[in-house]
Design a protein around this ligand. Structure first.
Ligand SMILES: [Fe+2]
Ligand SMILES: [Fe+2]
Length: 312
C-alpha cells in the first residue's frame, strides 16, 4: 500500500484525513462483482423494525420481574453495541473515498450503515417492549466494556492499512460475533426475540462476507509488510479486545458477576442471551476457521491463551 508521504522526508505517511481529495476519474463500473452483488442483495432485503416484527406476539405474562429486568438490560446492551457499529461507519466510509478505493466498497458500506441503524432500532424497541430501554449501564464500571474498540482511531491512521482493519474488525471480531449470534438464535425461545435475532442475522451474513470478499480480492496484491500488519492487528483484536471480554463478559480478566448472572437469567428465560458453556466451543471453532482461511492468505495466526479457554 502506498500512501501520500509527509513532506518532511520522514518516510511517514500523512494521516488519512490529510490525504488530498481527488475524485476523478470516477469509474462506477463493477470493479469487484462479488461485492457489487452483496450491495444488490442488501437493497432487496430491507426490513422495518416498526412494522416487520410481530410485536403483538410478545407475551410478558410468561416472564418474572427478574427476567424482564435482566432482558431489558440485555437488549439495551445489544442496542449500544449496534450503535457502536453506526458510529464507526462514517470513519471507514471516509477512508474508502480518501484512498480512492473501489466504489463498490462505499456503495455496500452505505447500506451496511443503514442496516446497523435498523439493528440498533430493533434492539431498542425490544428493550422498550420488555419494560423500558436503558440509556446507560446500570453498573458504572460496565461502561468500558461497551465502549468502542478503537476502530475509529485506526480508521484514520494511514500506518494501519485498510486491509488490517478489515482483517481484524470484520474477519475476526465481526465473524466471532456472528458465530455466537447463530447460537443465540438456537437457544432463544421467545418468538419475538427470535424473529429480531433472525432478521439481524440475515444482514450480518453479508457484513462478514463483505470482509472476506474484499480481502480475497486484495491479498494477491499485498506486500509481505502489509500482510504482517494485518496479522498483528488480528492478534491484537483477539488478545486485547475479544479475550478481554468485549463481546462476552465472562472472558474479561475480572468479569462482572452481576452481568454474567443477569445474562444467565435471560438465557434461561429464552429471551436472547448465551452463556459461557454455549460460547466456549463456538469461539474455539470460529478461531480455527479464521486461522484456516487466513492461512490461505499466507498469514499464520498463532495459538491464543486464556485462563478459561486454555490454549486454542
Ligand atoms: Fe449489526
Ligand atoms: Fe454488522
Amino acid at each position: 500500500m502506498t500512501y501520500t508521504l509527509a513532506p518532511m522526508k520522514t518516510g511517514r505517511p500523512f494521516g488519512v484525513l490529510e490525504i488530498p481529495d481527488s475524485h476523478f476519474p470516477l469509474n462506477l463500473d463493477d470493479k469487484i462483482p462479488a461485492i457489487r452483488e452483496l450491495y444488490r442483495r442488501a437493497k432487496t432485503t430491507a426490513w422495518n423494525p416498526a412494522t416487520d416484527i410481530f410485536w403483538e406476539r410478545l407475551d410478558l405474562s410468561k416472564y418474572t420481574e427478574e427476567e424482564l429486568f435482566a432482558a431489558r438490560q440485555y437488549w439495551s446492551r445489544l442496542a449500544w453495541g449496534e450503535y457502536g457499529a453506526i458510529s464507526e461507519s462514517p470513519a471507514l466510509l471516509l477512508r474508502y473515498t480518501k484512498e480512492r478505493r473501489e466504489p463498490d466498497l462505499s456503495m455496500f458500506w452505505t447500506i451496511r450503515t443503514q442496516e446497523e441503524v435498523r439493528h440498533a432500532d430493533a434492539c431498542r424497541r425490544m428493550a422498550d417492549a420488555l419494560g423500558g430501554y436503558m440509556v446507560e449501564p446500570v453498573t458504572k464500571d460496565l461502561e468500558d466494556s461497551v465502549a468502542t474498540h478503537g476502530v475509529r482511531g485506526m480508521s484514520f491512521d494511514a500506518d494501519t492499512p485498510l486491509e488490517a482493519l478489515f482483517g481484524s474488525l470484520i474477519c475476526c471480531a465481526e465473524v466471532i460475533a456472528f458465530d455466537v449470534f447463530r447460537a443465540r438464535i438456537k437457544t432463544t425461545t421467545d418468538p419475538v426475540a427470535k424473529q429480531i435475532l433472525q432478521l439481524i442475522f440475515r444482514d450480518e451474513v453479508r457484513h462478514c462476507d463483505f470482509g472476506w470478499k474484499y480481502m480475497e480480492y486484495r491479498v494477491p496484491n499485498m506486500t509481505s509488510d502489509d500482510l504482517a500488519v494485518v496479522r498483528n492487528k488480528v492478534i491484537w483484536m483477539m488478545e486485547e479486545v475479544e479475550l478481554k471480554g468485549y463481546h462476552s463478559s465472562w472472558l474479561a480478566p475480572s468479569p462482572n458477576v452481576t452481568e454474567m448472572e443477569s445474562d444467565r437469567v435471560v438465557y434461561e428465560a429464552g429471551l436472547g442471551a448465551t452463556v459461557e458453556e454455549v460460547e466456549k466451543p463456538i469461539l474455539v471453532k470460529s478461531v480455527q476457521e479464521m486461522r484456516e482461511r487466513m492461512r490461505s492468505w499466507g498469514i499464520e495466526i498463532p495459538p491464543f491463551e486464556h485462563a478459561k479457554m486454555g490454549t486454542f
